[in-house]
Design a protein around this ligand. Structure first.
Ligand code: CU
Length: 144
């Protein structure tokens, strides 16, 4: 990792003035997919990796649904949460059986092979637009 202090020196105008430039999150999204929905509800999964300071996923929006929430799964039940922490130099995994993005009241049901888009909103970072491929309903990649 080349020093983020150096990088920060060039970014003074974009908010590194506090001298805590190394706290700036550096997020990257990959492995995103949506299993083909079998009703008017869908789930979406992805990984956010972070090479910078801590951030938080606070909400998700989509043109596919006006009701997108983020859920955690515990003891076979899911529960809406207000955000997911993205640790500094760590990652947030949304994966089957665990934390996920939930879309209710789909305006249309996308099919295997189509793509949908989501916009991820964070506490600190600018929103990230993600294109997700729609996969077969039982698709479950091994991530680790
Ligand atoms: Cu859910």
């Amino acid at each position: 990792m080349l020093g983020s202090g150096l990088l920060c020196a060039g970014l003074v105008l974009t908010g590194c003035s506090s001298g805590s430039g190394s706290d700036r999150p550096e997020l990257k999204v990959d492995g995103a997919f949506m299993p083909q929905p079998v009703s008017d509800m869908a789930a979406a999964f992805l990984t956010v990796s972070n090479t910078g300071g801590a951030d938080k996923l606070t909400s998700v929006t989509s043109t596919l649904s006006d009701d997108v929430t983020i859920h955690e799964s515990k003891d076979q039940r899911m529960r809406k949460v207000s955000g997911f922490d993205i640790p500094a130099k760590g990652r947030l995994d949304l994966e089957r059986g665990g934390n996920h993005i939930m879309l209710m009241g789909l305006k249309k049901q996308p099919k295997d092979g189509e793509r949908i888009s989501l916009r991820l909103h964070f506490e600190k970072s600018d929103p990230i637009k993600v294109e997700l491929p729609v996969k077969p309903p039982t698709y479950n990649p091994a991530k680790h």
